[in-house]
Design a protein around this ligand. Structure first.
Ligand code: ADP
Ligand code: MG
Length: 330
């Protein structure tokens, strides 16, 4: 692919964790119950995500790495009625341009779903199809990305030590496991289990599994609703669980993992006076708003978000958090 194309792909895919995020979201869109992630060499050597979702029909597999052919939005209004995390149809195409990518997938049928059946695999390298074949697997999809950024020297140069990249991947997978506690997540890094959840469906259980902390009695429910504009729910940890970093704060808006300066500011204003200096709470927060009141289509890599009723939401959040934090004993 042309240099410009590789640079564009490198902007969507900033680091190995960006690949993991795209593959995870695709697995979630495919309604997986179990998602297994494997990482080697900080993700530059290998990232593999396997799911037991609905799979990709053989007739479509060759197309999924062609930009926009799979885009789920036909016109702009569709964005408001989106029920999937992906919609641009460019993540796999971008990744295929700057790595060696193999997709092995079998679409679910009714009777033989659980059985191993021949499934198609296709490998792309630098955006070109280089190989294909058949291999048995139950329904679902396995996507393997190796040699990430091999043809994007600039990105390769930016990549930090494997430890740093692994850290980003662990934080990301933990957050998705918090967002989807009903799904079993496994993350293996260089043959070691880094994340393992049971998919119990219970958020407090997922947090305990993720952080290996004894959390019983230390977690408190957050709930605030305004039927018309928002529903806020989640869990916040006691003061004793406060941490030196924001990495234990997770925010989902309408099922999407979000970073929001506005929300983070509102949160900090609420907890800052109640926690020791420099500390941040263990906090998992889910905000649901009518889809037409948010704008998430801002940048493919950074999921920033704009709310129509931002002021209202910030006030509600601050109040909800304060109410819980003031009530719990130190
Ligand atoms: P988008 O998610 O924006 O549609 P992607 O490039 O991420 O674009 O994926 C392209 C298409 O490939 C998806 O729309 C979906 O049809 C298919 N696909 C990708 N990964 C999976 C998966 N794990 N299971 C089922 N289908 C998948
Ligand atoms: Mg996608």
């Amino acid at each position: 692919p042309a240099v410009a194309e590789r640079i564009a792909a490198g902007e969507v895919i900033e680091r190995p964790a960006s690949v993991v995020k795209e593959l995870l979201e695709n697995a979630l869109d495919a309604v997986a119950q179990e998602i297994r992630i494997e990482v080697r060499g900080g993700g530059l050597r290998l990232i593999r995500v396997s799911d037991d979702g609905h799979g990709i029909p053989e007739t479509e597999l060759a197309q999924v790495c062609i930009r926009h052919t799979t885009s789920k939005i036909q016109n702009f209004e569709d964005l408001e009625h989106l029920h999937t995390l992906g919609f641009r149809g460019e993540a796999l195409a971008s990744i295929a341009t700057i790595s060696e990518l193999t997709i092995l997938s079998r679409a679910s049928e009714t009777e033989m779903d659980e059985l191993m059946q021949p499934a198609l695999w296709i490998t792309w390298r630098g955006g070109e199809q280089i190989q294909r074949g058949h291999r048995a697997r139950p329904h679902g999809t396995t996507i393997t990305v190796s040699d990430l950024f091999y043809n994007v020297p600039v990105r390769l140069g930016y990549s930090k030590a494997a430890r740093t990249e692994n850290g980003h991947i662990i934080q990301l997978v933990r957050r998705y496991a918090i967002g989807y506690p009903g799904i079993r997540f496994t993350l293996r890094i260089d043959e070691h289990n880094a994340v393992q959840t049971s998919g119990s469906g219970d958020l407090a259980t997922a947090l305990t599994e993720l952080y290996h902390l004894s959390l019983s009695g230390l977690l408190h429910d957050i709930l605030a609703t305004d039927e018309q504009h928002y529903r806020i729910h989640g869990i916040i940890g006691n003061r004793v669980l406060a941490q030196n970093s924001r990495q234990y704060i997770t925010l989902f808006v309408n099922g999407r993992l979000i970073q929001s300066r506005a929300i983070q500011d509102a949160l900090e204003r609420a907890y800052r006076p109640l926690l020791p200096k420099g500390k941040h709470p263990l906090l998992s927060l889910f905000i649901d708003v009518p889809p037409e009141e948010i704008d998430v289509n801002i940048h493919p890599a950074k999921t920033e978000i704009h709310f129509l009723h931002e002021g209202l939401l910030k006030e509600a959040l601050t109040a909800a958090l304060k109410a819980v934090l003031e009530r719990v004993p130190a």
